[in-house]
Design a protein around this ligand. Sequence first.
Ligand SMILES: [Zn+2]
Length: 263
Amino acid sequence: MSLLKYYGVEQAMKLVVLVPAICLLGCLPALAEPSCEVLNDLYQNKYIEDFSINRGAFDFGREARFDCGGFDRNFIMARAIHDLETLKPVKGDDPDYYSDVSQVMNLPNNMMSYVDALVHWPDAEARTMHEGPASAIFYTDRMIRSRERFRPTYSLVHEARHTLKHKEFNGQPIPDEPGHVLCTRGKHQGKRACDARLSKEDELVWGSGNSHEFLFLIFVRDHPNASKQIRREAREQLSYLATHMFNALDPGILHYYGVELER
Ligand SMILES: [Zn+2]
């Protein structure tokens, strides 16, 4: 039932305040990157299926192995999913992002795909496209070659939210995600890229991609197993989101989350 919890469908759902974990830095070691062999096996035997990865688009044959450390699209995708798997819930009420995003990606007609670039959105790193009840997340080469280690991971959480249009779970309709609205502030002013309000968790789960990305990054920033680099990237992206990707901020919300605006 974690899908219901993550997406706020269950009426009784109450997210607890995401306070920093009691176990402070140094209490648990940061998780090491997996060996290339382990990552290949996980990808081949688990991740491709758990995340409905389009083998054809990712150009990945049954016996193929990818190299790690460069910009191989399968490696970048595998590492992003591995991040979700290793950042397990810390407290009882934390979402299990691996299981939640996997459940979303396994809804009928959802797919994870890749394209070199999107003709109509040449600057896009990732975009979710819909055709009737079908939704596909496209990662582009810009995403694969991102210099930010953690970007493909939080983008996956963001884009998975966008796939929830005309979907059902266990025969029950899932409320459509609201989609982005025109930005009235920030560097994307005039573009349809913003979420309406930055608010507390119980409201934010109803928001679009930026809202879900924000909640995930708060979870990661405070996660005892996240590496220093990933936590730093999470902090920077949280500031970016608060500064540019929401049209309104609830009073006191930056203090509540411990996030600062970009200077
Ligand atoms: Zn979006």
